[in-house]
Design a protein around this ligand. Sequence first.
Ligand code: C2E
Ligand code: MG
Ligand code: MG
Length: 663
Amino acid sequence: MSCLFHHWSAKLRAHLAPDTQQSAEVQDSLVKSLYASPASLMIGALAGGALSFVVAYHAGRAEITTIATLIFLVAVSRSISAVYFLRQLAHHEGPTQQAWGLAYELGAWGYAALLGLLAFSTLILTGDASLHILSVCLVAAYSGGIAGRNAGRVHIAVGQTCFALLPTSLGLCIAGGLGYWVLATMLFLMIFAMAEITRTTHRIVVEALQGNYEKSQLATKFERLARFDSLTGVENRMAMQMRLRELFDKRRSDQDSMAVFWMDLDRFKEINDSLGHIIGDQLLCTVAARLSHALDGRGHVARFGGDEFILICPGTDRAVAGEIAHDVMAEFGHDFDVSGYHLTVTASMGIAVAPEDGCDSEELLQHADMALYQAKRAGRNRHAHFDWAMKERQNRTYELEMGLRSAMANGELLLHYQPIFDTVTGKIAICEALMRWDHPTMGRISPAEFIPVAESCSLIEPITAWALEQACRDAMQWEEHVRVAVNISPALIKSDGLPRAVIAALMGSGLKAKRLELEVTESIFLEDSGRTSLILSELQRIGLRLALDDFGTGYSSLGYLRDYAFDTLKVDQSFMRSVGEEGRDRAIAQSVAYLAHSLDVETVAEGIETEEQLRYARELGFSNVQGFVLSRPMPAADLLTMMADMKREKSNVVTLMQNRRRA
Ligand code: C2E
Ligand code: MG
Ligand code: MG
């Protein structure tokens, strides 16, 4: 028996110890479960109070009446506190769960003790068996009910059964008689039975709550993963799109403004490639933090992907958007310290503001992206506001891109040739191939417009291959000393495709390599990784001539003339334009011609439009001249006629001019 008692008391102690394993949320739910059903508390209070008064009435003893009154008062105050707790819970305010747990505990124990005391007093102060039965039944029924009801807090339930049953057992023992003694023993044992039931119920409740809690934690985690960018912690693309849509829907009127900024780091790939992805990732995190700092609560930051960020600022008009852009760009004014590296990073930004720049989230984003593209094109490290002209340009570019894909196959592309004359002999020395596109609906389109489009959509390679092939084939019909010049896009110089296309064109036509001249501009040296010079020297090795086109518009670095053995230097038309008027231009042009002569490099004065310019070009010592005053670009057949005429009439550039003057 004593062994059994030790076993149970140890269990009871274990139950009474606070359960530190449970999470705060589960503890909270357990306290809430105590107050979960104020109705059961009220029914218990009503039953307990009514029966106590019945016992007190029949017993006719002041002590019992006092206890019954106290029972009633405690019951009422507990019912009220339960309602109050639930109301506070609904308003998310009020004392902590520990305070409520303690209040419940004291109330419960007080109530149980009073019931126990009522039974005890009835048993020892009255001799009425029916009152004994009533009071003992009240306590037994209460204890039975409490085991389940208060399973959320094991020690409260166990305390309640002890406080209620122990005095009752004692009272039964004192009242005496075999039946009472047996009942006393049963009630005593009931404490342990009820404790076991409470413990089991508690375990089941806790497991269920814990399961629920873990499920909700998991759901929260997944929701976070779905909404936030795992690297930088700011919202991700999906959340950004949802937010933008919601903000649009929430706008009170169509006239409410909202700004969207699309930002992209300049040359982030280079940082990633040279310093590694870990540094790149850390940089992105720092950028995200700086963006949030710059916004300072004026909007939301999201990472669109890669090194692109989107900022959304509700209620922001164009003027305020400009200020925000200024603040954001200022963040890039100082270096980024990442793992010991001081990185100078710049960014470009496109801005679109509703309602003027777009009337839904998709359109606004698209326009901010378009503005970003403009900022990049304008030289990076700047911001650009969207304007509708950008959209028109883009639409036209798109149309050109679509058209270009089929232009070659449909025979819409053709080559015109502009002769370049030797200033000494006056004869045609070179013919420059200039591409033309006769679009079926848009008419003739300038190469200055469609060549950049071809470059941006990787069509420049097949187009150039075609031009090389066609030019070489046409040149085979000219006199042996006339060369053909083909313009080559800077982007193509780095590609392996160029030498292949050149060789195919030469082999296909049978043209000698020395009759083919490739015209390149200075921009090929801008992002030179060493590959450019390799390809250029390879092309020269097979006998091709290289011409530096538009000299004078770019950096005009003499370094290029030193490092690369160009065969021809074409001085840009803008340069030649004022040759006749201003002394400085004349001096520079003369020096270039002189320098080229010393380096044994041929020169071409481009864009000669007047006889005066022509005279000057010859005086300055240019070896060749090209321009409208001499000849406009013309179809291959017209060129052949011109060549034949010149040969027949033994004419040269001087007679050509005289003929023209006469005409
Ligand atoms: P570019 O290579 O500098 O060609 C000379 C441009 O100046 C040509 O314009 C020509 O028509 C024009 N021009 C010639 N003489 C005069 C003149 O006296 N006054 C004026 N105002 N202009 C003159 P075009 O044909 O419109 O070509 C423009 C540019 O397009 C070319 O400049 C070249 O960079 C590019 N391009 C033309 N064809 C091709 C090609 O097949 N491939 C590549 N990649 N680019 C090409
Ligand atoms: Mg050219
Ligand atoms: Mg040129």
